[in-house]
Design a protein. Structure first.
Lengths: 273, 318
């Protein structure tokens, strides 16, 4: 028994150390945003500096609020769309028999293994051709076809929705669309929530796509806007770091609030991976 | 067609409803999957195919395309930077995958322990790095790994582990190690959640049986947990491999956002495939044609590696 306790203590200390390493860069980020840039490179900082006000001023000298607004539109829009598109497809793959189902599902699996960036050049030209260049649409609509999302919704739906409930709803005269909205979706709520959070996160943090499709400054998302600080203000690193802290905080709050459902949602899908 | 007819002409209410079911269940799945596949064809498949066409041309995106056949590919197989990018990707895989999987599994094993205090808090803490904007990672770690004033060098020399400061951002191997460390830091928490999910699904009876046989926790981990995690393990290895191909934002931010931009890092040691493609197609000289060729070169390389990895892991299953 005492040997077991000993192992528990070792485990606890180990995980505590790892957690400290996980958090430290975060903490440094928050602290660095309160210093004058030149002071950042003069050794370790663990207590907040007194330059926060100035850095905030610098941040507001670029249109940070507009960047925020764009990021919220893009991330929110793509999260909602991703959940709708993937939940529908996942439901179909999990609960219906249809021709070419296996082939189509394999195409989803293969897509999951292909880095999307490989079609980037043509994607940019395509956006130009359809007139979506310098609009937020390329950041909202294309990501909705998330192969990971479909794969995961399929896994989740196949075990979460009881067939008997679907059958009895059909006997009651429910059509397939009502069945999906009224019966299936409530059972898939945990998965939808988790996918919405992840899609929001991916979109919020995405740098590469906005970098290549958006050149109009009024449409910049936060990562793009923050990057611009290094040229406009001759490497005002501290202001950049503060901007990044402000970028990360909303995500942090969002995920802390939903961490339980996120992790249980992830669990359900990963197991059968 | 016949069913359609009966549906329309059927009189008895029972007949209508049963035919409705049949018809609905036949068509509904296609309607449900169509949004996904329409977007997928328009924005994933079409760009990938069109990229192949562009790879056969010389084009800067503005002037007329000039069809050059396989000329770009001939250039590609002699391009040293392309091989550096592939080599770096392989090195990153070797450095990242084992460590990330080991850390992920160990943490998952500890967090699955019923007696662990503060489980939820630790779980969240370890998930934090996954949430950070990659742009931030490049910037923050750029400062932490600074040659003269960085905290990392300060801590290492404070502990007496190094005699001279390491020039993380200025020398090939240190820069590779640095990028690997950052990538591991970012993803191990995510990996551990996947493993945790797998562990939670293992029947407790197996562990009870282990207890009866007098197995200690370490033995139980290696004899029960590890073998049963195989499916999760395969999933994690494959997705981490793909993740290694996609490394871009962190080195890109570290080497181009401060001072003199240095594409690829010191001696191209941190050049990755996606970065090379981005720099070729959208860098100072816009070369869409050759950028697309690089994308296809990577495509073939990734496909090849994935098939091999899948084969090796599946064979181990028998």
């Amino acid at each position: 028994m005492s040997k077991k306790k000993g192992l528990n203590i070792i485990g606890f200390v180990l995980i505590l150390l790892i957690s400290v390493v996980a958090i430290l860069p975060f903490y440094t980020m928050l602290i660095m945003g309160t210093y004058y840039t030149n002071d950042l490179f003069t050794g370790m900082k663990f207590i907040p500096g007194n330059y926060l006000g100035e850095n905030i001023k610098t941040l507001f000298s670029i249109d940070i609020l507009a960047f925020y607004k764009n990021s919220i539109i893009v991330a929110g829009g793509s999260a909602i769309l991703t959940v709708i598109v993937c939940a529908m497809a996942g439901f179909a793959f999990a609960k219906y028999k249809f021709l070419f189902k296996k082939t189509l599902f394999s195409s989803v699996m293969v897509t999951m293994m292909i880095p999307m960036q490989l079609g980037l050049v043509a994607f940019v030209i395509e956006m130009q051709a359809v007139g979506w260049r310098n609009s937020l649409l390329p950041l909202i609509i294309p990501p909705a076809a998330s192969a990971f999302g479909v794969f995961w919704m399929t896994q989740f739906a196949s075990s979460a929705i009881p067939d008997e409930v679907m059958e009895s709803a059909r006997i009651d005269g429910c059509n397939e669309f009502t069945l999906f909205v009224k019966i299936a979706l409530p059972f898939m709520r945990a998965a939808c929530m988790t996918l919405a959070l992840l899609a929001f996160l991916w979109s919020w943090n995405n740098l590469l796509t906005p970098l290549v499709v958006i050149s109009n400054e009024s449409l910049y998302t936060i990562p793009l806007g923050i990057r611009q600080l290094s040229t406009t203000f001759r490497n005002d690193t501290a202001a950049q770091v503060l901007g990044l802290s402000l970028t990360t905080l909303p995500i942090l709050l969002l995920f802390s609030a939903f961490s339980k459902s996120l992790i249980s949602g992830l669990s359900a899908a990963a197991v059968k991976g | 067609m016949v069913k359609n007819l009966t549906y329309k002409t059927g009189q008895s209410s029972k007949g209508i409803s049963s035919n409705k079911i049949n018809l609905g269940t036949k068509i509904a799945p296609y309607i449900f999957i169509s949004p996904y596949f329409l977007i997928w064809i328009a924005f994933t498949i079409f760009p990938i195919l069109f990229t192949f066409y562009i790879s056969l041309t010389e084009w800067n995106g503005f002037d007329k395309k000039i069809f050059v056949g396989l000329q770009n590919y001939v250039h590609l197989i002699k391009d040293e930077r392309f091989y550096s990018a592939l080599g770096n990707t392989l090195l990153f895989m070797v450095m990242i995958i084992p460590v990330q999987i080991f850390l992920g599994m160990v943490i998952a094993a500890m967090l699955s322990n019923k007696n662990m205090i503060g489980k939820n808090t630790f779980r969240l803490f370890n998930f934090l790095p996954y949430l950070t904007t990659p742009v931030a990672l490049g910037l923050i770690f750029g400062i932490l790994f600074d040659y003269q004033f960085g905290n990392i060098n300060a801590v290492l020399s404070g502990l007496g582990l190094i005699k001279e400061n390491i020039n993380w951002l200025g020398e090939p191997w240190p820069s590779r190690i640095m990028i690997s460390l950052i990538t591991i830091w970012r993803y191990y928490g995510y990996t551990s959640i996947l493993f945790l999910a797998g562990i939670t699904n293992i029947s407790p009876e197996l562990y009870e049986a282990g207890d009866i046989d007098g197995a200690n926790p370490v033995q139980k981990f290696f004899k029960i947990t590890v073998p049963l995690l195989k499916p999760v393990f395969i999933f994690v290895v494959l997705t981490t491999m793909i993740g290694c191909f996609q490394i871009f934002e962190e080195p890109f931010m570290m080497f181009t956002s401060q001072g003199q931009p240095l594409v690829g890092g010191p001696e191209n040691a941190s050049l990755t495939g996606v970065w090379l493609m981005y720099d070729t197609a959208f860098g100072t000289v816009m070369n869409f044609g050759y950028g697309s060729t690089i994308a296809y070169g990577l495509f073939v390389f990734i496909g090849f590696l994935t098939v091999i990895a899948n084969h090796i892991m599946k064979r181990g299953e028998d």
